[in-house]
Ligand binder design. Structure first.
Ligand SMILES: Nc1ncnc2c1ncn2[C@@H]1O[C@H](COP(=O)(O)OP(=O)(O)OP(=O)(O)O)[C@@H](O)[C@H]1O
Ligand SMILES: [Mg+2]
Length: 268
């Protein structure tokens, strides 16, 4: 199985007033082509930093970040990114947002195919009738659907998503997970999803990577052996609930380790 993105013993610190902040301390994992992998871990452990290195926005201090076997040297059109916020351009219509990446010369898809591609994603993402609307006229969920469509449209091999549904209410969030699940069934791209939701990670992923507190490394990689397609009932299955419990416990332990600072013992 060939590798879409790989982290090999990656280390990363940030320089700060008052010294260095070690953030990633030897991250080592890879996503196979077509694989959906979620990354969970305590807040501030460096998940976004990892994703930013995969996108080419940040560089590792040591170790390697490899896309398709080649070192990542900067952002490029083979890797699409979806953020929690600022994910769409407010000055462009829905259709023009989705077409944005297609119109970049590096994308290489001929102009006469753009309209059909935009049309296809408008349909897949349930945005018909809103082609000419501006983001401010859309709900939060619709805006994130535009962001996802824009990321998929130029046909990147790898999609990097940093908490794309975090700002949405629970119900919208669940339907967005189902939409992303369905689009993956037809598109089969490689996806690295960062999330704080164990349920979201389990519903969508082949495997879940759990990171330790900062300075962070992989604590555990949990395979989700539940077959696709998954349905709303999947969330109620004993297998799903068992995995959810296991991951929640693991995360609770990691967060507690992060929170515990040496304290004076109290007299009994
Ligand atoms: N450009 C930067 N300069 C300095 N410090 C940074 C920079 N980017 C991130 N950090 C620090 O690195 C650490 C990890 O940040 P990061 O955003 O990767 O965490 P995270 O796991 O994504 O957190 P969250 O779950 O809250 O989104 C944090 O302590 C953050 O303050
Ligand atoms: Mg983050």
């Amino acid at each position: 199985m060939s590798e879409a993105i790989g982290f090999r013993n990656v280390r990363k610190s940030f320089r700060r007033r008052g010294g260095e902040l070690p953030v990633i301390d030897g991250a080592d994992f890879a996503l196979a082509r077509g694989e959906f992998v979620s990354v969970l871990g305590p807040s501030g452990c460096g998940k976004s930093t990892l994703l930013n290195m995969a996108a080419g926005f940040e560089t590792a201090d040591s170790g390697e970040v490899l896309a398709g076997g080649a070192p990542v040297t900067g952002p490029d059109h083979t890797r699409g990114v979806v953020f929690q916020q600022y994910a769409v351009f407010p000055w462009l219509t829905v259709a023009d947002n989705i077409a944005f990446g297609l119109r970049l010369a590096a994308c290489g898809i001929p102009r006469d195919r753009h309209a059909a591609i935009v049309e296809r994603y408008i349909g897949l993402m349930g945005l018909r009738g809103f082609e000419n609307a501006y983001p401010k006229e859309l709900s939060g969920g619709m805006r994130q659907r535009v962001a996802i469509a824009r990321a998929y449209a130029p046909g990147p091999e790898l999609l990097l998503m940093d908490e794309p549904f975090a700002a949405l209410d629970a119900q919208t969030r669940e339907s967005m997970q189902e939409l992303l699940h369905d689009i993956q069934l037809t598109e089969r791209r490689t996806v690295m999803l960062i999330t704080h939701s164990v349920e979201e990670a389990l519903f969508l992923s082949h495997r879940v990577v759990v990171m330790t507190p900062r300075p962070s490394r992989v604590s555990e990689i949990v395979p989700v052996g539940i077959p696709f397609p998954r349905t709303p009932e999947t969330r109620l299955s004993p297998e799903f609930i068992g995995l959810r419990r296991r991951l929640e416990e693991l995360l609770r332990g990691l967060s507690a380790a992060q929170a515990s600072t040496p304290k004076e013992g109290r007299a009994a």
